[in-house]
Design a protein around this ligand. Sequence first.
Ligand code: GLN
Length: 527
Amino acid sequence: MGTTQKYIFVTGGVLSGVGKGITAASIGAILQAKGVKVSIQKCDPYLNVDAGLLNPKEHGECFVTKDGAETDLDLGHYERFLDLELTQKNATLSGKLLSQLIADERAGKFHGQTIQLVPHLTGAIQDAIELAADGSEVHIVEIGGTVGDYEGLSYVEAIREFASRVGRENCMYVHVVYVPFIQTSKEFKSKPAQNALNDLRGFGIVPDCVVVRTDDPAPGNIADKIAAFSGVRNDAVILLSNAKTVYEIPLTIDASGINAVLERFTSNTKKADLSKWRALADAQEATYEQTVRIGMVAKYLDNEDTYISVLEALKAAAWQEKVGLELVWINAEEAEAADFETMDGLVVPGGFGSRGIEGKIRAATYALDEKKPYLGLCLGLQIAVIAAARKAGLKEANSTEFDPDTKQNVVYIMEGQAGKESTGGTLRLGDYTAELKPGSKTALAYGTKETIERHRHRYEVNQAFLEDIEKGGLTISGKSPDGKLVEYIEAANNPFFVATQAHPEFKSRPYRAHPLFVGLIKAAAGK
Ligand code: GLN
């Protein structure tokens, strides 16, 4: 007889973007540290089918799962906090559910029924939740946006109904609210949070726990006030101010009343072993003898969330190597040699479209010429190949993504991909295996013969130009098992110049840095 499946629903009030995802992931991390098997899912009320076509400037990074789901960046937090590899079923969007419902209606599967948001969409949401919970003891479900948003109503109704489906005692509702500090009167204002709790109650959900987000630490009377107005127990109101690193948050939440709440809910009385998180918080606080300056040559400079997995992977590698990390944003549209000179290493991250391309090519050329450590991620590999080909004398070398008419198409569109540009779900997505060249720097960094990394791209290196690419200073250090696709390249005369067609950042963990990021940081530190 298995234990009863439990569900934790995390909703938000007042504002979105105050750390609901990190809160959900941190509660998961605490449960895991008590020996509980946890799973997690994000429900996004958008009408998009997935996050693949969303603007990264607005929504931040598109995170890719091993089975190729293009998801919200919160799935990245979940994977980093819970050390899980998530799949399609962990990312639920209205567009995905609605298109299936409509397809079923057209296929005559409803036998004359009227198809409605309630009960059909709410039912589909509940089915998706049960499906994603499969095999865990506690399944955490984060609902995107804030309660009361028009498009999210079906989700709020679905999670309310869910308590009837599985029993209220098997559901725990956590509401994350924001309490602002008013500078002029120097006081925290709990009114918007109280209203947000009223809204949630209006939809029939009385939360079991309220997480109160503030910028600076709030006094205890804020928790008392919120408890009094919301009918939530005092020990279940958790004050959570901004942290130096998100990895401190499991520690902060664990030190709050959450354990009493979780104990009542799961009957698990074990103390969470959070040594992993303490070590990360210490690493963040530590002062290091050496600091490396890493130049990130990128085009979205006003929203760090766009490159969040890359940043987290760099931090993890620096922590592991016990060096400080100074990240310098270099605007790809204006980048010149002088910007690269003072860096210990350069990163060219993934990207789409031609804006900033020439500056990124200048960065790769500089790294090749001056033996500067370089890590190329997806687009960063294509950029390096273009730079090498131009160095070898192919002045028009380009990717057909940026110059569709170039004859020197050293990066070109994959077979079967032409005509699909800008469409959803058609990139080369998810896990692919690569075979590494024995003895190459890439193989040495990984310490393996084969790799499995996540992909998200459309264009490929054109091996017809191999001689030129080699003449320009690069060798191929990894290919797809059939040899048709270039997966890794490297430069011989450089402490660490490695680029991959994949996105290794998605598999980095804060407590287990990815070998390629470690390679870059080590070389940048002169190790
Ligand atoms: N735009 C390039 C491609 O489609 C690179 C994509 C990426 O960096 N993720 O192949």
